[in-house]
Design a protein. Structure first.
Length: 256
């Protein structure tokens, strides 16, 4: 069931989304060669704590997971697509890092992700990240009343495929509001004009995931959480929480 949010509820979600935005900014600023993923998680915990916000990630355990998630961010490096667990791994020169973060504030949730490089960037990584950001922007632009979920999916997929990149099978965005994952699902590829019709008051997390080699296949790492590319190629992940309004899409996790 899809819950339509009031203007006041969307404003409250914006407050949660801005905590996420500040957290991701702080994590990116703290990231550097020699910094551990666990240290980045501590940075995120500090921002959430200062804002009086909780984490929808910490302790989260969907049906596929063998254990509850142990951190407040997902930190995925190089061939890790999403759901990477922050460990003592220290970032190396040239690493591609994707960080996903959520915040719960006042009963509402925000969710967003960024990808960036550490140290000397590979040109191919910069192209991959730039394409992921363009795919996200295209998906957001399609999130207007009267369109359908398939229009968002088609917009994202068109940008990804035109760049020669793969799209992980079975993963995409989702509805969001009082809970991190709500209806509807938002695929990263699809046919325009298909699926649920978009209405003002809907809130969704749009999150392109791209595989650099152009292949779509992946596997779950032994930790039971991290999704990795099968061929070892690098991946990028971007995400925003977006409210669909009569005035157009409102990005609730916009970073300033």
């Amino acid at each position: 069931m899809v819950e339509l949010k009031t203007r006041a509820s969307i404003d409250a979600m914006y407050e949660a989304g801005q905590v996420v935005a500040r957290t991701l900014t702080a994590v990116r600023e703290a990231a550097g060669v020699g910094v551990s993923l666990r240290e980045l998680d501590e940075v995120a915990r500090d921002v959430l704590r200062e804002a009086g916000a909780g984490s929808p990630f910490l302790g989260y355990r969907p049906s596929f997971a063998p254990t509850p998630f142990p951190a407040v961010i997902c930190a995925s490096v190089n061939d890790a697509i999403v759901h990477g667990i922050p460990t003592g791994h220290r970032l190396r020169d040239g690493d591609l890092v994707s960080v996903d973060c959520g915040a719960r504030l006042g009963g509402w949730v925000g969710d967003s992700a960024i990808s960036f490089t550490v140290g000397r960037a590979r040109p191919a990584d910069l192209r991959l990240i730039e394409t992921a950001e363009r795919a996200l922007a295209a998906g957001i632009a399609a999130a207007v009343p009267g369109n359908r979920i398939g229009d968002i999916a088609h917009a994202i997929g068109t940008v990804c495929r035109a760049g020669g990149y793969g799209i992980p099978d079975g993963f995409g965005g989702h509805g969001i509001g009082r809970h991190m994952h709500e209806d509807p699902g938002v695929p990263n590829e699809g046919r325009p004009g298909r699926g649920l019709r978009l209405r003002a008051g809907m809130a969704i997390a749009i999150e392109p995931m791209l595989i650099g080699s152009g292949r779509d296949d992946w596997h779950t790492a032994p930790d039971g959480w991290t999704l990795r590319t099968n061929d070892g190629s690098r991946a990028a992940h971007t995400e925003h929480t977006v409210a669909i309004t009569e005035d157009g899409p409102r990005v609730l996790t916009e970073r300033r």
